[in-house]
Each structure stands twice: as C-alpha cells, then as structure tokens.
Ligand binder design. Structure first.
Ligand SMILES: Cc1ncc(COP(=O)(O)O)c(C=O)c1O
Length: 483
C-alpha cells in the first residue's frame, strides 16, 4: 500500500533558473552578498600578531522547512498506520541545538542520546529527563549517575552494562526509580528479501557489538533485580542505518514474539517497544528544477542510471510505519529513534571551487570542503551527489572526482560524478546527518560555519572555530607534574 507522504519526495533544495536555492534563498547570493567575513585576530604571545579574513566556506546550510516536512512525514505516517508512538530524535545525527529546537517545535517528543554531553544538550534544548533515553554499549559511571539523577530512560546493552547500572545505583545510594529497556539483538532473518542490505558498519543486528542475545537474558535480569528500584519496562531493537525495505520489520516480528513470551514467563510485562531508527534516505536524488536536457545530460555523463541501477529505492516513512503496525502488539507503547530521515536531506555542504587538475587522465575538481566535513564517502564508501550551485547551459558536463584539500588520498567527496567546473560554489547534497556531527579538525582545519534558513530568513547557527580555539587547548590546562 502506498504511503501518505514520502521522505524521498521532499527536497528543501531545488534549482530555479539554473541556480540552487535553499527554500527561497539563492545559495550564491547568500554566500556572495549576505554572510559577512569574520575578521580573525591572532594575538601576541608565542605567535606574531596577524589578522586575516576568515573564509565563509565550506559551510553547512540547513532548511527548517525540510526538518518540519520530515517530522510531519512521521506524524502523518503514525496517524495513517494507527500507531501510538513517541518520535525520539537520535541526536547523534546532528546535535546543533538550533536544529534540535526546530525538531521539538515540529513534534519530536524525545531525544535519543549516546553520551552524557548529548543528554545535557537535550536538556539545554528544552527536553526533560523523562524525555530522554540513554543508549550505548559503553556507558560510563558518570553518565549512568546523570541518567539516574535526571530520570532518563536507560537502555541495557549487556550483562556488564546491567551490572554497572545496578552498581552505580547502589553506590550513589539513589532512591530514584530507574526505568530500563533491554536492548535485544534481533533474531536474524531467514529469507533473502528481509535481510539487511546495509553497510556492515551500520548494521547493528547480526555480529554487532550492540545489545545482547536471548541466552544472556537471565544474567541481565539477575543484575538488574539486585536493585529493587530498577524496573524493566520494555525492549529495544535496532537493526542498523540506511534501511530501504520495510520488510525488515517482519524480521522484528519473530524477536517481538520471542522476547515477550520469555519476559512474560519471568513475570515482566513489555509496556514499551523501542524499534530504533534506521529509515534510509535517497542519497541519489537529483534536485528538482533542472532543465530536462540538463538532467538527461547528467544521467548520461555520469552513467548515473547504470551505476546506481542496483541500489534499492528507499521506501517511504509511511510504509515503514505500516509494516511496524503489523508487527508490534497493539497494547505496547512505541518509541521510534530516527536520525538520518529527520535531518539528512535538510542540509547541504556549500564548498568553494578551488580549481581543477588532471592526474594520469583522471580529472579532479578541488574544493575547500573535505572528508573533515563529510566523512561518509571515505568511511562507508557512501555516495553523495555534488552539484554546481550555478548551472551554465553552455558548458559541457564531464566526469570528475570531487576532492578536498586534506592530506589523505581518502579525502574525496564524490567519485566519477558529472560536473561543470565554472561555478564558484559546489553543493554536496544530503549532508544534514552524520556530517557535522562526525566532523574533525584534521590538518588544523577549523570546524565550519552552519547556517539555518527559516521562513525566508537565515542565521548563523554555528560559528567557525577560530585559530585561538584550535590552539589554546594546548596551553589552557597544562601543568607540570613532578614525581
Ligand atoms: C540505537 C540507535 N538508534 C537510532 C539510530 C539512528 O539511526 P538513523 O539515523 O539511521 O535513523 C542509531 C544509528 O545508528 C542507533 O544505533
């Protein structure tokens, strides 16, 4: 059955008259005329005084409308599937507080955290302890203490995690009730169709470091039962990321039945079912608004259709939810943990075109963005579309590797993509999730500016790191310890 709305149909970025727009704002105009250069001042001290204009690019640009549409796809899809669920945002996808606040405003009711700092950020964004879930296979005592103090729901990942949660509860002599979910590794699918077709690094089912198996259930429960105030309220299962086919939820069906039966036998009622996140997005999407012949040329030059013919199209959020409705017992409260499908297509990385070069016949377009800002291609071999922000109707499209200035051969943003090289800026598409949050400062490159476009206005929602911020940490807390 077709879904009511589809995340893959929404694009907050589109071309108009050959220029890329974020909502109603033209990217080139934004970068050429609007965003001011920040002047940087490198103070005296061990270094000479030096001032320079900090470049604006690379910079992430996000669309608030894109976020709202994505949340709405979940809200509408839940209604359509007649499901009662809390939408929890997996904040690791992108923890920029302005975006998190936008999520809250749009209908996200929970934050899924994996670290103490993510919990604190969720509080800063206006969520309460009870609206937060702390996941993780390596929770540290200070994080567990924080969760207990704040009333955060905890996911139990292993026997040692259960023991540690009980130990911390005892050590801090807490009288707080602690609600926990058991993270069970899903029972593997037998049929080919419902197998996970996702990269092994984002597969959290078979052979994964996350969760525990049924055989360990009694050990986990024994540890938790050592503290009367620790209550098992439900179960958590997460398959992995970039899921395309809702059929995986039929695989979940077996796990659901098995786990509820086992817990029932031990007198535990499963009240909450947390099915994780993982709904994929279409990373091969061509933005709307390109002239037909340009779109055709792009597909021919990049051999686009042929290259990606085996990529399974991503089903709509609604179809995933309809599949879940068939699987989850009606009397269970449901928690969803999407990350990518809420923010992935709502952000791009705008890079400056630095120039082209040829090496043994291979053409490279060098831009100022890099693996530091978009690590997915080199980490998982992921594909991101890259487009000039201004299309030149008289220029031929040619195949290029788009690479950054970082000193690694793995520093590429896209390989063998159709490209025109006359545009001042290039846009790496679908960078809303797992790009800024995974960014690094390799090669002493600062973490970059972030811009939010909202209702015809834009604002800087993250300042680029200054040189001082990058180097002062080498001095701030340095003490010499004598033996
Ligand atoms: C437990 C858990 N929940 C939610 C997510 C979010 O996944 P996604 O961003 O693919 O929706 C992840 C990501 O790996 C995860 O491990």
């Amino acid at each position: 059955m077709a879904g009511v709305s589809s995340n893959d149909k929404i694009s907050p970025f589109s071309f108009r008259n050959g220029s890329l727009y974020c909502e109603n704002i033209e990217i080139d105009k934004l970068f050429d005329d609007s965003i001011p250069n920040d002047r940087q001042w490198v103070p005296a001290g061990p270094f000479a005084v030096y001032t320079f204009d900090d470049p604006i690019t690379p910079a992430y640009v996000y669309s608030a409308a894109g976020i709202k549409q994505n949340v709405k796809s979940y809200v509408d899809g839940l209604r359509h599937a007649n499901l009662n669920a809390k939408i929890g945002y997996a904040i690791k996808a992108n923890p920029n507080i302005w975006l998190v606040e936008k999520m809250k405003e749009s209908g996200v009711g929970m934050i899924i955290a994996v670290s103490g700092y993510e919990v604190l950020l969720a509080l800063k964004a206006g969520f309460t302890g009870e609206d937060i879930l702390l996941n993780g296979n390596g929770k540290q005592p200070w994080e567990i203490k924080m969760a207990i103090d704040l009333g955060v729901l905890l996911n139990v990942d292993s026997v040692f995690d259960a023991q540690q949660i009980a130990r911390v509860h005892q050590d801090i002599e807490s009288s707080n009730e602690v609600k926990v979910l058991l993270r069970i590794r899903p029972v593997p699918a037998k049929d080919e169709e419902s197998k996970l077709k996702t990269h092994e690094y984002v597969n959290t089912a078979e052979n994964s470091k996350f969760g525990f198996e049924f055989s360990e259930l009694d050990q986990v429960l024994a540890a938790l039962n050592s503290r009367e105030k620790i209550k098992v309220v439900g179960v958590h299962c997460h398959f992995g990321s970039c899921l395309t086919n809702p059929k995986v939820y039929e695989w979940l069906g077996t796990t659901v039945t098995d786990i509820t039966t086992e817990l029932d036998k031990r007198g535990i009622a499963v009240k909450i079912f947390n099915v994780g996140g993982g709904v994929g997005i279409d990373y091969h999407n061509i933005p709307k608004g390109l002239p037909k012949q340009v779109e055709e040329e792009i597909k021919t030059v990049g051999n686009f259709t042929e290259r990606f013919k085996d990529i399974e199209p991503v089903s709509s959020i609604s179809d995933f939810l309809l599949a879940l409705a068939k699987t989850i017992p009606k009397d269970c409260e449901l928690i969803l943990e999407p990350g990518r499908s809420l923010i992935g297509n709502a952000g791009i990385l705008v890079c400056k075109n630095l120039g082209t070069k040829v090496s043994y016949g291979k053409k490279f377009l060098v831009v100022d963005g890099s693996m530091n800002e978009v690590i997915r291609p080199c980490l998982y071999g992921s594909h991101h579309q890259v487009f000039p922000t201004k299309i030149n109707v008289t220029e031929k499209w040619t195949t290029y590797d788009v690479v950054g200035p970082v000193c690694e051969s793995a520093d590429f943003l896209a390989k063998n993509v159709p490209m025109q090289t006359s545009s001042t800026y290039m846009a790496v598409m679908d960078c809303g999730a797992y790009c800024s949050s995974m960014a690094s400062r390799y090669n002493m490159r600062p973490q970059v500016t972030e811009i939010l476009v909202d209702d015809g206005l834009w604002r800087k929602i993250r300042r680029r790191d200054t040189f001082e911020e990058c180097y002062l940490k080498y001095y701030d807390d340095v003490k010499r310890y004598d033996n």
